[in-house]
Design a protein around this ligand. Structure first.
Ligand SMILES: Cc1cc2nc3c(=O)[nH]c(=O)nc-3n(C[C@H](O)[C@H](O)[C@H](O)COP(=O)(O)OP(=O)(O)OC[C@H]3O[C@@H](n4cnc5c(N)ncnc54)[C@H](O)[C@@H]3O)c2cc1C
Length: 484
């Protein structure tokens, strides 16, 4: 635990916190709150510790990368400078600084907590870093990456699996609880809490093809929208070229930059980085071209064994490529302690935005989840102890509207958002927003599928509106009916 731990004794009056999501950020925060003597409820739409991007790391990535200063000659200051350079001034004040300072400790904790063994002796130089500080690891165990954290919270927290947060209980100026759809009972239930933590992951699955699980479709944006919480560049996302064969495997930056990439019948010239490759790929896919990756026999070891041993039926040694949205770089705006602009509402992990700005450095997602999960827990204790969370006024339920014809809306969003995964021409964004605005809602037909669509609709609307505002700020042409 860090040196700035808040001493707190809460045995006399237990305070209750609701944590939305059970990835690394949610479980880190929940565990820390439990250790401080608070009551915690965890809501998660699948199974605890299994249904987030955190668990996907072990399934879809060849190794786990942690990017933190770890070698002589390197320092948090140098790391901070790299984060600043990559962020191009688009981060939130103070966040990258705190992150750079706390990342080395968080990396050590994660090695222990996730039971990781290093793949190499030293650190590797990652794109955007001025110093080798990327450490590659493999989990020792075979099953659940978050096993230790799940074990630590299981007997003390109230864990609701198959519970999807779809609304908030609010009073003027603060949050009072979370409305969740409980899938086994087919029921909406209110979970009251003096604080609510949004640890519900990123926006990848909003776009269709994604490296993240289907639950990670922008619930943080949708719930923050209900609370009218400030957002920070929620439209900044990161996409990766992946193999167009389920599961969408990321063949590593090295393999992608070393291989020959075919777009239709033309061979792409050697590209300097993944971002340029993603943009070129996005343009080609938008024009209906097929994309392929071709590796020399000597580089085949860069691919996972199952692909080497049973290559998908393709043209020669070529493997089909597509793009998948991988990470939400922006998100719910937080301060350095994970507080959002709404009292009682906190955010951490991929839900939160502003640690990184225009571009995200690789190997930082898990560290962010750990650092800000812990900091949010500390802030909650501090705020509850100091009575910063003022007594509530008249409560009011804010629940996402259910869209009519949810499967039609999903199909529409699959089509239109897949095309907007990387390149987002303003007129297409505007058109999509118009359709979303006009889509009818209904009080009928509540079920898990319909609620998932409700989340996707609200998150898509929030993200695309931010995209249009960003165009407008840059002085680019915005369709007249949407300007302003
Ligand atoms: C394939 C892949 C490889 C990666 N490799 C690395 C790596 O090597 N190094 C690195 O640092 N980072 C890596 N990342 C990024 C990293 O995994 C994420 O940034 C990090 O796990 C995010 O943690 P989180 O807790 O914020 O979100 P998640 O782990 O996604 O957890 C979000 C939780 O919220 C739940 N949820 C969503 N909506 C709701 C709702 N409405 N109600 C209730 N619960 C909800 C989800 O089901 C889940 O439990 C990788 C990601 C992927 C997908």
């Amino acid at each position: 635990m860090s040196g700035c731990e808040v001493p707190i004794s809460v045995e006399r009056q237990k305070r209750h916190v609701v944590v939305v999501g059970s990835g690394l950020a949610g479980l880190t925060c929940a565990h820390s709150l439990l250790e401080k003597g608070l009551d915690v409820t965890i809501l998660t739409p699948g199974y605890v510790g299994r249904d987030g991007a955190t668990q996907r790391v072990r399934a879809l990535a060849p190794w786990i990368l942690l990017n933190a200063p770890c070698q002589r000659g390197d320092s948090p200051d140098r790391f901070f400078e790299d984060l600043q350079r990559a962020g191009q001034g688009m981060g939130r004040p103070g966040l990258a600084e705190v992150f750079a300072a706390e990342a080395p400790r968080a990396a050590k904790e994660l090695v222990e907590l996730l039971d990781l063994q290093p793949l190499d002796e030293g650190a590797v130089l990652l794109p955007g870093n001025s110093h080798p500080r990327g450490r590659r690891f493999l989990p020792r165990g075979r099953g659940l990456l978050l096993q230790r954290l799940v074990g630590a919270v299981h007997s003390t927290a109230r864990v609701y699996e198959r519970a999807l947060a779809v609304g908030l209980e609010l009073s003027p100026g603060r949050v009072l609880g979370v409305w969740a759809w409980h899938r086994p009972q087919g029921q909406l239930r209110l979970h009251r809490g003096e604080a609510v933590v949004l640890a519900c992951g990123g926006v990848g699955a909003l776009f269709g093809p994604s490296t993240v699980p289907r639950w990670c479709r922008g619930s943080g944006l949708a719930l923050a929208f209900l609370a009218r919480a400030l957002l920070h560049n929620p439209h900044i996302t990161q996409a990766l070229p992946v193999l167009a064969i389920p599961p969408v495997y990321f063949p590593t930056t090295a393999a992608l930059l070393k291989s020959r990439i075919w777009l239709g019948e033309s061979l792409l010239p050697q590209l300097p980085d993944l971002e340029t490759l993603s943009t070129q790929l996005a343009q080609a896919l938008r024009h209906g071209k097929k994309a392929w990756l071709e590796l020399d026999a000597s580089d085949q070891s860069l691919l996972p064994r199952w692909i080497r041993e049973t290559p998908p039926r393709t043209d020669g040694h070529r493997l089909p490529l597509t793009l998948a949205v991988h990470h939400g770089v922006g998100g719910v705006a937080i301060d350095t302690w994970g507080r959002t602009s709404v009292p009682g509402l906190y955010g951490c992990g991929e839900t939160a935005g502003g640690v990184q700005g225009a571009r995200r450095l690789m190997g930082t997602g898990l560290l962010e989840a750990r650092v800000f999960g812990l900091r949010a827990a500390q802030a909650i204790c501090k705020d509850l102890q100091k009575g910063n969370l003022s007594p509530a006024g008249e409560p009011c339920s804010h629940i996402l509207p259910l869209p009519a014809f949810p499967s039609h809306l999903e199909a529409f969003l699959d089509r239109s958002l897949a095309a907007l995964a990387v390149v987002r021409p303003p007129e297409e964004v505007a058109q999509c927003l118009e359709e979303l605005d006009a889509w009818p809602t209904t009080p009928q037909g509540a079920n898990a599928k319909a609620w998932l669509t409700a989340i996707r609709r609200a998150a898509a609307h929030t993200l695309l509106s931010a995209e249009l505002s960003a165009f407008a700020r840059k002085g680019e042409e915005v369709p007249r009916e949407l300007a302003g």
